[in-house]
Design a protein around this ligand. Structure first.
Ligand code: CTP
Length: 427
């Protein structure tokens, strides 16, 4: 996961180097944001070398990357260690006077503070009030350890040991902690307000005759989960449903389609008026070249009928092309197009390669890659996906999520919100 490690200006800053190590050795991608004051204790070079990522304290470095927005939104977890009395005060007040406090205000995931200060500072009513404020907002503030402090004094105020902070941080993410459920729901509820999201779902059926068709195993569950997550986030949802094993959700503008060509029509109508298009439908790549008006009969001479298939258009690629052609100015809609891919392969890297090739071929902004292995994705309630984007890099690799289709849908929608926000933030 992506972790932001904020480092406050206290002598215990050196201990955060061990904490950083624990995170990176566990395979996490850590961006360190030291406060200006903390660099008097541990220099930027240490953080850059240990994290492998560029490090800055200021919002005025790499302005074009709008780092506080990017880091805050992308972080699955923010850990501040050591959290000084000053940092707790600034965070509680919602101040945004350096890169770390700006990033804290942009956070969507759990936030954990590991305080370190003298006992008097920790027990001062001002600090107590700031800690209470942060905790009431769902921020996790650890209690400092008791023991030897900077000088000869001892008491409550020592930074908890790095392995304790590490364990608390990982537990916080596992528990989905950090933001109280009600607050998370409230913030997500507003996230897509005023936006229109078109979602295709289910599997197309390509008619052979009045009673037969060529179909696929798509259940429509992922599309339904996406629609529900978009509704939860306050979006207006246009739902284009091919064949599904589950009912369409209440509250969507529903268009029912049967074949790939009907789905194409519906997408062409809905997409230009939408902010986001999510192509979760399993679209048949081929259809019979003719649809018999009457039932195809067994032949008396015993010969087998031959069905000739012709290619269906690639609806996703067409939607991207149409949007790009309309939007020389960059204002064309949908500004975000999300594709899906179910791939098989001999290994994870092979599946990822296929996914990346598909992302490039289709030209969409995000591709939800499902690895179809021995256990089929179709119809199952739980799944694992990797979210591919053309912006993926070694420093910011594509995230992989495992969970129910509802959980995956919320992850995808959270990413959609981030991409839309980032598009607004970067002119
Ligand atoms: N899709 C589409 N039109 C098609 C086929 C697929 O819009 N005729 C969309 C699907 O909705 C999905 C994405 O394209 O979002 C990927 O579908 P997939 O079947 O995996 O891709 P294909 O381009 O058909 O590639 P492959 O050769 O691997 O089947």
């Amino acid at each position: 996961m992506r972790i932001v490690l904020g480092v406050g200006g206290g002598i215990a800053a050196y201990k955060s180097a061990s904490l950083l190590r624990l995170f990176t050795e566990a395979g996490h991608n850590v961006s360190v944001i030291p406060t200006e004051a903390s660099t008097r204790f541990v220099g930027v070079a240490t953080w850059e070398a240990l994290s492998g990522n560029p490090v800055s304290s200021s919002v005025f470095d790499e302005v074009e990357k709008v780092n506080h927005v990017r880091l805050g939104h992308e972080a699955d977890l923010i850990v501040v260690a050591p959290a000084t009395a000053d940092l707790l005060a600034r965070a509680a007040a919602g101040q945004a006077d350096d890169l770390l406090t700006n990033t804290l205000l942009m956070a969507r995931g759990p936030v954990l503070f590991a305080p370190a200060m003298h006992t008097e500072m920790w027990s001062h009513p001002a600090t107590r009030a700031n800690v209470a404020t942060l905790r009431s907002r769902g921020v996790l503030v650890l209690d400092p350890a008791v023991g030897r402090l900077t000088g000869k004094d001892s008491g409550a105020g020592r930074l908890p040991e790095p392995d304790e902070i590490f364990a608390a941080a990982i537990a916080a993410v596992a528990a989905g902690a950090g933001v109280p459920a009600s607050e998370a729901a409230a913030s997500e509820a507003a996230a897509l307000h005023g936006k229109t999201v078109t979602i295709t779902a289910g599997g197309t059926r390509e008619s052979l005759d009045p009673v037969r068709f060529l179909g696929n195993r798509s259940s429509g569950k992922q599309g339904v989960a996406l629609a529900q997550a978009a509704l939860e986030a306050g979006a207006r949802v246009r739902f284009i449903a091919a064949h599904m094993d589950v009912p369409a959700p209440d509250g969507v503008e529903l268009t029912r389609v049967e074949s790939a060509l009907e789905l194409r029509e519906a997408v062409h109508r809905a997409a230009p008026g939408s902010d986001v298009l999510i192509m979760a439908a399993a679209v048949a790549d081929f259809r019979p070249d003719r649809n018999s008006d009457t039932k195809i009969k067994k032949r008396d001479d015993g010969t087998n009928p031959v069905i000739t298939l012709v290619r269906n258009p690639d609806i996703l690629a067409e939607a991207v092309e149409a949007r790009n052609a309309a939007g020389a100015s960059g204002a064309a809609r949908p500004s975000l197009i999300v594709g899906f891919a179910a791939e098989t392969g001999d290994g994870t890297s092979e599946v990822l390669d296929y996914g990346r090739q598909k992302l490039a071929r289709k030209g969409c902004e995000l591709l939800v890659l499902n690895r179809v292995g021995t256990s089929l994705v179709f119809g199952q309630d739980s799944t694992e996906v990797t979210l591919l984007s053309p912006q993926d890099s070694a420093a910011a690799p594509a995230p992989t999520y495992t969970g129910t289709k509802t959980e995956i849908a919320r992850r995808i929608l959270a990413r959609v919100v981030r991409e839309l926000d980032a598009a607004v933030a970067v002119p």
